[in-house]
Design a protein around this ligand. Structure first.
Ligand code: SF4
Length: 266
């Protein structure tokens, strides 16, 4: 008699995992172990073999970049827009709505903080979700430490595009409506708003297809190789803890513990 077929369990991934993999797959491995230890869980085994050959670039396919809308200045919030979700773990989010236009609805998350897409094995928390008066639920990611100035020089901050697309998928799955776009809002704590800006990242069939492909790509990567480069290693928190034997530069970020907390928000 044939044994019943078992559905394989998908490796759990978050938008932040994808961002980290896009920089350095080995960093994703180390960061996940670090996070597990910090919350008292057993860290998953690190896939990267000792004799791995480091790469020059992450193998992740770049996200589609068509039709990004880049805006300087304050985010447009229209009459009739409502705030329907806020990440409770954040204490430095911008106040975009007066109290009477805040309608947080725990039905969408079943009382949990995370938005969960069991079909794709993806879970995470956008900073905010706005219900637009014109229709649609839109996730917003707030980058308090990244100024808008230099956006183009930073090649459109591809990392933020990765995160926005993954969060759009979570909103699509949980709220039952495909968001037309996600928003990344770049803060300006020191510039009095003069250097603020925001980017609208479209979410359509091409972006959803890309996301499914890269989720498969990450899960099927047996190596998760390091990408040692100063641009990566100098801000890599596991490097700050001395966890990486491939590092190409010293860690130059804030104290690793503070950086870890910040990384959960970024
Ligand atoms: S130190 Fe560099 S090579 Fe090592 S995990 Fe971090 S980013 Fe990757």
């Amino acid at each position: 008699m044939l044994a019943p077929l078992e559905t394989p369990t998908l490796e759990h991934l978050t938008p932040h995992d994808l961002v980290t993999y896009f920089r350095c797959p080995h960093e994703m491995e180390l960061a996940r172990g670090r996070h597990a230890r910090a919350v008292g869980k057993v860290p998953p085994p690190v896939r990267t073999p000792l004799d791995v050959v480091p790469l020059r670039h992450s193998p992740m396919f770049a996200p589609p970049l068509g039709h990004l809308e880049v805006n300087e200045g304050r985010l447009d919030v229209f009459d009739g827009d409502r705030l329907v979700y806020e990440d409770e773990g954040e204490d430095d989010l911008p106040v975009l709505f007066p109290p009477e236009r805040v309608r947080l609805d725990p039905r969408f998350t079943n009382g949990h903080a995370n938005l969960v897409d069991a079909d794709l094995g993806l879970a995470g928390r956008p900073d905010l979700i706005i219900q637009r008066a014109a229709g649609g639920f839109v996730p917003l990611e707030y980058k308090s430490t990244h100024l808008f100035v230099g956006y183009h020089e930073a090649h459109g901050r591809l990392f933020d595009t990765v995160q926005a697309i993954a969060e759009c998928r979570l909103v699509h799955h949980v709220f039952g409506e495909r968001p037309p776009y996600g928003i990344v809002l770049y803060g300006d704590a020191s510039g009095g708003g003069t250097r603020e800006g925001w980017v609208q990242i479209p979410y359509g069939d091409a972006e959803e297809r890309w996301l499914k492909v890269v989720l498969d790509q990450v899960r099927s990567d047996p190596v998760r190789a390091p990408v040692p480069a100063e641009r990566n290693c100098a801000s890599c928190e596991p490097n700050g803890d001395g966890l990486c034997r491939f590092a190409a530069a010293r860690y130059e970020g804030p104290h690793p513990h503070l950086a870890f907390l910040a990384s959960r928000r970024a």
